[in-house]
Design a protein around this ligand. Structure first.
Ligand code: DQA
Length: 142
């Protein structure tokens, strides 16, 4: 039972990137935390990051090919722009949970639209790294 944890652009810079918004934990810190949690939940996670929109599309397709149980998706700014991600989520038939460290609805207007959210089954946002933990618990319970 594998759960994909897919991260989009600029999330490789977590820890140093706008820490007042995103906190000081790195993506590796979050990966370690999720690995521990996954063990307790009896699931496996496959966590990845890319700065490229098409790679996220390919990974969503892969989630279907390997029969992943669910996908946690923090698509970064592509959340707010990518019809390709919306279409991919609709196409794969694997439940996707939208994840954000910050709460985009409390930020600039251009972050208020979420194409990912139009197809995701659930969202967890605004909890910092804990957004990922809460989302993982939800995914494991599906
Ligand atoms: C983010 C929120 C997005 O608006 C932003 O573009 C990001 C990070 C978050 O996790 O809070 O890159 O997805």
């Amino acid at each position: 039972q594998t759960i994909f944890v897919l991260n989009g652009p600029n999330l490789n810079l977590l820890g140093t990137r706008e820490p007042e918004i995103y906190g000081s934990d790195t993506l590796d810190d979050i990966a370690r935390m999720l690995d521990e949690q996954a063990k307790k939940l009896g699931v496996t996670i496959d966590m990845r990051q890319t700065n490229h929109e098409g790679v996220l599309v390919d990974w969503l397709h892969e989630a279907r090919e390997v029969g992943a149980k669910a996908v946690l998706l923090n698509a970064g700014a592509y959340t707010h722009t990518s019809i390709a991600l919306l279409d991919a989520i609709k196409a794969i038939g694997v439940p996707v949970i939208e994840v954000h460290l910050s709460d985009p609805s409390q930020r600039e207007e251009f972050r208020h639209i979420s194409y990912v959210g139009m197809a995701a089954i659930d969202e967890v946002k605004g909890l910092g790294p804990r957004s990922y933990s809460v989302a993982l618990a939800k995914a494991a319970a599906l």
